[in-house]
Design a protein around this ligand. Sequence first.
Ligand SMILES: Nc1ncnc2c1ncn2[C@@H]1O[C@H](COP(=O)(O)OP(=O)(O)OP(=O)(O)O)[C@@H](O)[C@H]1O
Ligand SMILES: [Mg+2]
Length: 317
Amino acid sequence: MIEARGLTKRYGTKTAVDDLTFTVRPGVVTGFLGPNGAGKSTTMRMILGLDAPTGGSVRVNGRAYRELESPLHEVGALLEARSVHTGRSAFNHLLALAQTAGIPRRRVEEVVDLVGLREVAKKRAGTFSLGMGQRLGIASALLGDPQTIILDEPVNGLDPDGIRWIRTLLKSLAAEGRTVFVSSHLMSEMAQTAEHLIVVGRGKLIADTSVRDFLAGASGNRVRVRTIDPAALATLLTGPDVRVESTGVDVLEVSGMSTDEVGIAAGAAGITLLELSPQQTSLEEAFMDLTKDAVEYHGTTTTTEGGSALTTAGVNR
Ligand SMILES: Nc1ncnc2c1ncn2[C@@H]1O[C@H](COP(=O)(O)OP(=O)(O)OP(=O)(O)O)[C@@H](O)[C@H]1O
Ligand SMILES: [Mg+2]
């Protein structure tokens, strides 16, 4: 369990993390989402005691990180900047880490297998591809068999196979009852991995929600309806939040009503429907909609897609 209460970090006049209060619970994968510069890495560094909060606090299993008796056994982490002694083999790197924490060699063998590095364990870590390096980083995080796992953008730069591997691993760790907190700026990736989401923008909490509720509540969910009499149907579909748009000869796109409500209204008036289907907002759209005011580093391309302006977030590194 990770508990942040009023967690704040300022660098000079810049507020990187702004009064964040949230709880990360065991048993599910919790995604930590936000655009570039939102404060995700800073928050994770504070959880791990690598950065001191300017205000508020964050606790892991009820205690500040530095008060944990055997931190490696309680919290395993993979942060953005990875430092691996490049001259050492992967195995020796892990063994050295294990020895400083009193972790037996047997556990090193276990994690090497767990992350699929057996074949290359004797190779110098410096020769590793990005994906292999990522696996090695995760192996280090898991060495102490920690109850809490914190990973900062673990899928960055990985191929689909590597992404699928991490996704499966995180879910199985959560299923064992562990607390799994993983950051990303890719909504679509998180939706397939996480059950719960904590969304931040410009250091502030934007949403603390289950993935399911996040999607259900996303504005922009619409109903597509094809009918022999669109004009007549359109006059029936009214309400405070209801909007009807004609998007084809016999097609209406309705927002603010469910498929059931549209079907019932049509049926009551004897209007024949040819098609009735929910149009779910894509995850990426829902995410951008939610964070549009919180994107700090705008790119230069603005495209229009599906009626909504999508701004590509620029990269700030
Ligand atoms: N050591 C530092 N000194 C000054 N400013 C910093 C420092 N670390 C982070 N920041 C600033 O704090 C803000 C949050 O940065 P952070 O790295 O936590 O964001 P992030 O959500 O991890 O972004 P990304 O998706 O790009 O990794 C940014 O504006 C960043 O420039
Ligand atoms: Mg970051």
